[in-house]
Design a protein around this ligand. Structure first.
Ligand SMILES: C[S@@+](CC[C@H](N)C(=O)[O-])C[C@H]1O[C@@H](n2cnc3c(N)ncnc32)[C@H](O)[C@@H]1O
Length: 198
């Protein structure tokens, strides 16, 4: 068995996220996860949302780790990762009735976030839902001192990274015909934003 990458943050946030996904994805069947990372979220959510087919995806460098989690926790409703890079306009055909992504908007450049929404606009079915987890700013302000420190650390690492404004992200969603359903406050100054395709 390959050694598995491990994210302590995923272990901490997977239960609070799952509690909301249970409700938001109750009547959905086919989800595309963008930026699956270690693969921990995928196997956990797929295990507890057995009515869903969970399609993982990420940059190819993360595929071995995702596959290692899939091998360690065999489930028939998780699909091996697709190579999906926001710099590349080729996306899976879809349609999907849900898209999930966690902790990606502040890692991708703003241009990549814009590309992500354009792609979601192409593959998300009518009445499909988009769930985005991570830290967000509101009206240009950090929601906590720790988020401000995190943002500074990201920008030091790479100037294209940084915590996004919820309003700017919501505007990208609106341009794709998505209406915001909910904005959940999550532990550790994170949010779970949910939209529905009209
Ligand atoms: C902070 S990690 C989050 C991983 C996982 N979703 C989680 O919550 O632990 C950011 C993820 O975004 C992915 N990512 C970064 N740039 C990307 C791009 N251009 N296209 C697709 N995914 C990208 C990374 O490969 C990584 O898996």
């Amino acid at each position: 068995m390959n050694s598995r990458p491990f994210s302590a943050a995923c272990e901490r946030n997977k239960e609070p996220i799952l509690a909301i996904l249970r409700e938001m994805l109750a009547d959905k069947t086919r989800v595309l996860e963008i930026g699956s990372g270690t693969g921990q979220h995928a196997v956990h959510f797929a295990r507890y949302l057995p009515h869903m087919l969970w399609q993982t995806s990420d940059l190819p460098g993360n595929h071995p780790g995702i596959l290692a989690w899939m091998e360690a926790e065999p489930l028939c409703n998780v699909l091996p990762p697709l190579a999906l890079d926001m710099n590349d306009p080729s996306w899976p055909a879809g349609p999907y009735d849900a898209v999930f992504t966690a902790n990606t908007c502040h890692i991708m450049s703003w241009q990549q976030v814009q590309a992500m929404f354009r792609g979601i606009g192409r593959i998300l079915a009518k009445d499909g839902v988009l769930c985005i987890y991570g830290p967000f700013n509101y009206r240009g302000r950090f929601t906590s001192a720790s988020n401000a420190r995190f943002d500074a650390m990201l920008k030091e690492q790479a100037p294209h990274m940084g915590i996004r404004d919820m309003e700017a992200v919501n505007e990208l969603a609106r341009e794709q015909g998505l209406a915001m359903l909910s904005d959940f406050e999550m532990p550790a100054n994170n949010r779970l934003l949910v939209w529905r395709r009209c």
